[in-house]
Design a protein around this ligand. Structure first.
Ligand code: FAD
Length: 384
């Protein structure tokens, strides 16, 4: 029998082949058409990608977080939007695995594992995403239901999601506010309107939308874990894998930019020699490869701590901060290496450059990551 590392490597290799053969040839066109990648999502379902964070007894094929991160990076190397299609889905799966009641798990996890149900997570509101405790969306109990009122924005996968994990206040008067926050596992119905796709700089194809709740009725047993007031802590835990997921997109996008740059630098000539022989260009390439490798190691470190059951908000924060800033720099350097070509919409470099900024904003901005990191450093008495 193959050891687990071989089995996980086989999963990553399978996704790598999928990306090279099926994704890269069509990504540019889908991106420019802002077209939803139905066929690619079908293939991802068949490969079991939506079940990688779900244990086998619940219908999934759970892999280590490091393997999950490597799969994410591969998808992002092909087209970051595909990694987006599984991002919120995975956080919701993780929330269910960690905190769901037996009924909630059996209701959703098997169908989430196959991708039949895909999930979205709804945290951010028009009034703000960083200060979650200031959220305005409320859920008022009325006999066996909650009535949800308010709005969310930038919710990825909103139109296609069969399940939306909605962070809301079940006790708006609670002090401190996080004690009044719960997660509702919501299926669509009257009272919930999903807005049009918001226009975006990059990360096209997958939709990010507003949600409007108008006395939207959710059964009382849809509170994650069956008890109110735990949603904030639950979401903070779920966001650990969310942050690792967003971090993992960065070396994927950056590697695509690097691979294209390495090829171009050998083929493009200036002053009678391939441009990589000019020291500035060589230095860019050396720096890109070094920082991609460093980001991968930080992500692996955070992933291993998560799987070991150790606290990893510091490590996931560092990974997300470093990897996303690295990706910004690498995609910019890729433009420099490509000269005028780098600015053309006929090659992929400009797409990588447009995709990179999402990673500095999503799943907690990098300013928020720095706050988390420094608080943890003080609490732990340094780096240890
Ligand atoms: C394409 C896309 C997809 C997204 N998908 C989802 C999704 O699926 N689900 C979801 O819930 N959200 C999603 N988001 C929202 C995203 O998580 C938020 O945009 C992000 O958390 C920041 O919130 P905000 O935009 O309200 O910025 P704000 O919170 O208004 O912050 C504005 C600025 O102030 C800074 N700031 C705020 N507070 C502090 C502080 N304490 N210290 C230092 N600086 C601070 C921020 O870092 C930022 O620079 C998505 C966003 C985008 C662009």
């Amino acid at each position: 029998m193959a050891d687990p590392d071989d089995a996980e490597q086989a999963v990553v290799d399978l996704v790598r082949r999928f990306v090279d053969e099926q994704v890269r040839p069509v990504a540019r066109q889908l991106e420019h058409e802002d077209a939803y990648p139905d066929q690619l999502i079908e293939l991802m379902k068949q490969m079991g990608i939506f079940g990688l964070a779900i244990p086998e007894p619940a219908g999934g094929s759970l892999v280590s977080t490091a393997c999950y991160a490597a799969v994410t990076a591969e998808l992002a190397r092909g087209w970051m939007s595909l990694a987006g299609a599984m991002g919120g889905h995975t956080v919701v799966a993780k929330l269910l695995v960690l905190f769901g009641t037996a009924e909630q798990k059996s209701r959703y996890l098997p169908r989430m594992a196959t991708g039949e149900i895909r999930a979205a997570m709804a945290l951010t509101e028009p009034g703000g995403g960083s200060d979650l405790q200031a959220m305005r969306t409320t859920a008022r109990r009325e006999s066996d239901d909650y009535l949800v009122s308010g709005s969310k924005t930038w919710i990825t996968n909103a139109q296609r999601a069969g399940l939306i994990a909605v962070l809301c206040k079940t006790d708006p008067a609670a002090a401190p506010p996080h004690r009044g926050i719960s997660i509702l596992l919501a299926e669509k119905g009257p009272g919930l309107t999903v807005g049009e796709k918001l226009p975006k700089l990059g990360y096209r194809g997958v939709e990010s939308c507003e949600l409007f709740f108008d006395e939207f009725r959710v059964p009382a047993d849809a509170v994650l874990g069956g008890a109110e007031g735990r949603g904030f802590a639950q979401m903070m835990k779920g966001l650990e894998i969310g942050r690792i997921q967003v971090a993992a997109r960065a070396p994927g996008v950056a590697q695509a930019a690097f691979d294209d740059s390495l090829a171009y630098a050998q083929q493009r000539e200036a002053f009678g020699q391939p441009i990589w022989r000019h020291q500035s260009i060589g230095n860019y390439l050396a720096g890109m490869a070094t920082s991609i490798t460093a980001a991968r190691q930080l992500i692996r470190y955070a992933a291993e701590r998560l799987d070991a059951g150790q606290r990893c908000d510091l490590e996931a924060g560092m990974a997300k901060l470093f990897a996303s800033e690295m990706c910004m720099q690498v995609t910019l350097d890729a433009i420099r290496i490509h000269g005028g070509q780098g600015y053309s919409t006929e090659i992929d470099i400009e797409r990588y450059f447009r995709d990179a900024p999402l990673m500095i904003v999503g799943e907690g901005t990098n300013e928020i990551q720095r706050n988390v990191i420094v608080r943890q450093l003080i609490e732990r008495g340094g780096l240890g």
